[in-house]
Design a protein around this ligand. Sequence first.
Ligand code: PEP
Length: 248
Amino acid sequence: MRQIIAGNWKMNGKFSDIAPYAAALSSAGTPAAGAPVELIICPPFPLLQSFCAALKDSGASLGAQDCHANASGAHTGDVSAPLLAEAGARYVILGHSERRADHGETNADVAAKVRAALGAGLVPIVCCGESEAERDAGEAEHVVRHQLAHSLPPEFKGLVAYEPIWAIGTGRTPSEADVAAMHAAIRAALVAQFPATGAATPILYGGSVKPGNAAGLLALPEVGGALVGGASLNADDFLAIAAAALAS
Ligand code: PEP
């Protein structure tokens, strides 16, 4: 199965990081389009255009970390999907739990952003995932199904990332059995919601993916890749995760 490894730099990185990172990807022979692994780098907005130029020959793609639901207007501090596309982004992460927590984004907000992304020709990577309290209460699958039902509009085409909130940036991950069970539940929900495309929608796992645990996670059924935060900041770690994907 083709694997997608996306790096979410969050609010990290600076212009001087771009050249060495891109050089590391290029010298490692970043897989070309159509290869069994696709790499996506999602840096902060201001780095997009320079990153785009630096990655030109690498085969890696670029993504943004959010977009506004409108194409233009009086929305101070926000960035539109068409501008992201113009800056070189092909993907956009939407509904990350940090956006939901820090900016109060609701499922309806996420659905509106998905529409905007699709309208601008971007591929949305829509995040879902339960809190630790929800998992402990046995509600994880219910919570995730509810997020998918309300964050994905009928015209959705893109990727889904399952990211248990308690695993993000903590060094903790669910057991492989729990990841497999959740991905199976997400697949069933996608097939029910999108009969024409749901079986083929890639489902990434995210939450403390590292070189040491990537092989096991990426080999699980219905895991179509990884959304990687902290470990994506280091090109060697990111490439090691990509290598685990190639071997899976
Ligand atoms: C993320 O924020 O999307 C993420 C998965 O972070 P980390 O890999 O650092 O847990």
